[in-house]
Design a protein around this ligand. Structure first.
Ligand code: PLP
Length: 355
């Protein structure tokens, strides 16, 4: 008998980011800032004294304590992961059993549904309102009616760039018996974090990533923050050496330079403000053609009348963004990148060029 894939893997497809060479990449919400010379020197020093023949620290102790110090929290509430993507997978495989109900929102980060499928849980998708805001009461009643074991969502949201107020998230956490996994991947660009009060809840895990505001997508590093009991459990279910020594060394070097991190975040926010300002001018000039939805993260989500044509037009100009149907998600980039993007959109909308 030939080997056959099981049901859940039969129609599986690999995650395929946009490939190819583009002059200007504004598609993946990465930081446009490269590490400073000071941070690079600190990295070199740490790498030089690294014991390559030895396994890494399984609990990334120094790294977790530097992360905790930066955010003003206790390091015993922090678990490091090989990107927050790994943590989503670890948390789902540990805290869910086959058939358990999980609440995801739509639209939201696509990996939640993917991992919930892999662990054979029952994913219930709650649609957001037409304006992409979240009806918290609807989420609460869905969770309680389905006896959901987990609710997972991003705040601010990828892809909509809409943020949810702290009070609303707290209301949700308090009114459900589900584990709430709150993905704060873009919270450095917004101001409604619950990271400082995570210990007050018995059902909250917060996720943070170093891939966006902190400019370290290459090294794969993320964190889970939760109360002591949940942290203990996450550390038990993760694989022992999930964060390699090179990543730990680089992470430590960066978090040892908090001023560098703060400056970088401010620069990205400034870039976002500039991008939004320019987009607003386009919106004013072409009211039939585009509508800005939100910009609480390091990207702007905008509806375009001709999103697909514009997407291909930009691609031909060497500029890559992410398209979701009639919407484009555009990451804030360097000044010249933002300018070239705006120039190209203007050219497209003014009808000066067609495909
Ligand atoms: C980018 C992103 C992640 C993935 O972060 P990694 O640490 O690079 O795995 C997780 N959640 C959201 C909402 C993201 O946009």
């Amino acid at each position: 008998m030939p080997f056959e894939l099981n049901e859940k893997l039969k129609n599986i497809e690999p995650y395929a980011p946009i490939s190819g060479e583009y002059r200007i990449r504004l598609d993946a919400n990465e930081s446009f800032i490269s590490l400073s010379d000071e941070v690079c020197d600190a990295i070199s020093q740490r790498i030089e004294s690294l014991k390559f023949n030895r396994y890494p620290d399984p609990f990334a102790t120094e790294l977790c304590s530097l992360f905790a110090k930066f955010y003003g929290i206790k390091s015993e509430l922090v678990t490091a992961g090989n990107g927050s993507d790994e943590l989503i997978s670890v948390i789902m495989s540990g805290f869910l059993q086959k058939g358990d109900c999980v609440i995801c929102l739509s639209p939201d980060f696509s990996m939640y549904e993917f991992y919930s499928h892999i662990v054979e849980s029952n994913c219930i998708v709650v649609r957001k309102r037409d304006d992409f805001t979240v009806d918290i009461d609807e989420v609460i009643s869905n969770a309680n009616e389905s006896n959901a074991r987990m609710i997972i969502f991003s705040n601010p949201c990828n892809p909509t760039s809409i943020g949810i107020k702290r009070e609303d998230v707290i209301k949700l956490i308090k009114r459900v018996s589900s584990l709430v996994v709150l993905d704060e991947a873009y919270m450095d660009f917004y101001d409604q974090s619950l990271i400082n009060e995570v210990e007050q809840y018995d059902n909250l895990i917060i996720l943070r990533t170093c891939s966006k505001a902190l400019g370290m997508a290459a090294i794969r590093l993320g964190f889970a923050i939760s109360n002591k009991k949940l942290t203990y459990t996450i550390r038990c279910v993760k694989s022992p050496y999930n964060v390699n020594s090179v990543t730990q060394a680089i992470g430590c070097a960066v978090f040892s330079n908090p001023d560098y991190i703060r400056r970088s975040i401010e620069r990205i926010k400034t870039s976002r403000e500039n991008l939004v300002e320019e987009m607003k001018k386009l919106e004013k000039n072409y009211p039939q053609e585009l509508k800005i939805i939100a910009n609480s993260a390091n990207f702007v989500y905008t509806r375009f009348h001709k999103a697909e044509d514009l997407f291909h037009f930009l691609m031909n100009e060497g500029i890559i963004v992410r398209r979701f149907g009639d919407y484009l998600r555009i990451t804030a980039g360097r000044n010249y990148e933002n300018s070239e993007l705006i120039f190209a959109i203007d050219k497209f909308l003014s009808g000066g060029e067609t495909l």
